[in-house]
Design a protein around this ligand. Structure first.
Ligand code: SAH
Length: 221
């Protein structure tokens, strides 16, 4: 039997439905056409269970198992746009692979993407999706992302898609000079999307906007 990969999508996963989502992101203030284009062409429905595929182009987080969620498209767009504003990072570290959707978006915009996930089941599924979509430039590691990925650093950009109370020091150490870290900081109820830039004499912090992410947890599962 030949299994046909439904990358193009029909009905609720069609290109028209996807364009409606990016139109909405534009209205919400996403300015980067490069980011919007990649989001319009990436099949988000392949990153959720088939039973939820019809909701994949709603601007909402959705469950992906193990009490985790695929991030809301607006947040993915916003975080990606912040990484690329006035910058062209060549290497990006992502902490929290989850479904792999954010990873797939990044992989279409930079040469090298490194991603770390602490739940092996989610990582295995994400890797299957990268293979399906031919995204071979993604390197992954099953580990606690608090540690970053020292052997592959320093990174021009680091994106964390789960929320710690404070910025993990290993991630700051692995940020290249001029590099940028985007991370939701706070407690489970109140978090602020935070941008940390490494300058010649230290770190500059900018608070971006309130967000809600699952917590950054320790250890492996
Ligand atoms: N970028 C993902 C977001 C998934 S939710 C997506 O769009 O699908 C956040 C993910 O971070 C979860 O998969 C969770 O398991 C992972 N995570 C939480 N703490 C972590 C840690 N310490 N190291 C690595 N991954 C972690």
């Amino acid at each position: 039997m030949v299994v046909k990969l439904d990358v193009s999508g029909v009905g609720m996963t069609s290109q028209r439905t996807r364009n409606r989502l990016t139109d909405r992101l534009r209205e919400q203030g996403i300015l980067s056409e490069a980011v919007l284009q990649v989001m319009a062409s990436t099949p988000r429905h392949l990153f959720v269970d088939e039973a939820l595929a019809h909701r994949a182009y709603e601007d909402t987080a959705l469950p992906i198992g193990n009490s985790q969620t695929i991030s809301q498209p607006y947040i993915v767009a916003r975080m990606t746009e912040l990484l690329f504003r006035d910058a062209q990072p060549e290497s990006v570290l992502e902490v929290g692979t989850g479904s792999g959707y954010q990873t797939a978006i990044l992989a279409q915009l930079v040469d090298q993407v490194f991603t770390v996930e602490r739940i092996s089941k989610l990582l295995d599924r994400a890797l299957g999706r990268f293979r399906q979509l031919g995204l071979h430039q993604i390197k992954s590691k099953y580990d606690d992302g608090h540690l970053g990925w020292a052997e592959k650093g320093p990174f021009d950009a680091i994106i964390v898609t789960a929320s710690p109370r404070e910025v993990p020091s290993a991630l700051l150490a692995q940020l290249a000079p001029g590099g940028r870290l985007i991370i939701p900081i706070g407690d489970p109820e109140t978090q602020t999307l935070t941008m940390v830039e490494r300058s010649s004499d230290g770190f500059d912090t900018t608070l971006v906007e309130p967000v809600r992410f699952v917590p950054l947890l320790g250890g492996k599962l």
